[in-house]
Ligand binder design. Structure first.
Ligand code: FES
Length: 69
């Protein structure tokens, strides 16, 4: 069976957190390594520690990966 990914996961890599220079792929990698809450992602990648404008996008990725936010 084909590996079906969500539309969000099929988007080309893009910058999510401009303050800290964090790409969507880095966030997905970190989630895959067990950082499954916003707080953990914020700790390992520093996302959401600047202007906070990336928080909704980080949450969308978390939800897309099957976790809450
Ligand atoms: S864009 Fe992520 S903290 Fe500003």
């Amino acid at each position: 069976m084909a590996d079906i990914k969500s539309p969000l996961a099929q988007k080309p890599d893009y910058l999510v957190c401009t303050c800290m220079g964090v790409m969507a792929s880095e966030i997905r990698d970190a989630i895959g390594q067990g950082n499954t809450t916003f707080e953990e992602l914020s700790e390992v990648l520093m996302v959401g520690t600047g202007c906070n404008s990336c928080v909704p996008e980080v949450c969308d990725i978390l939800k897309d990966e099957g976790y809450g936010c």
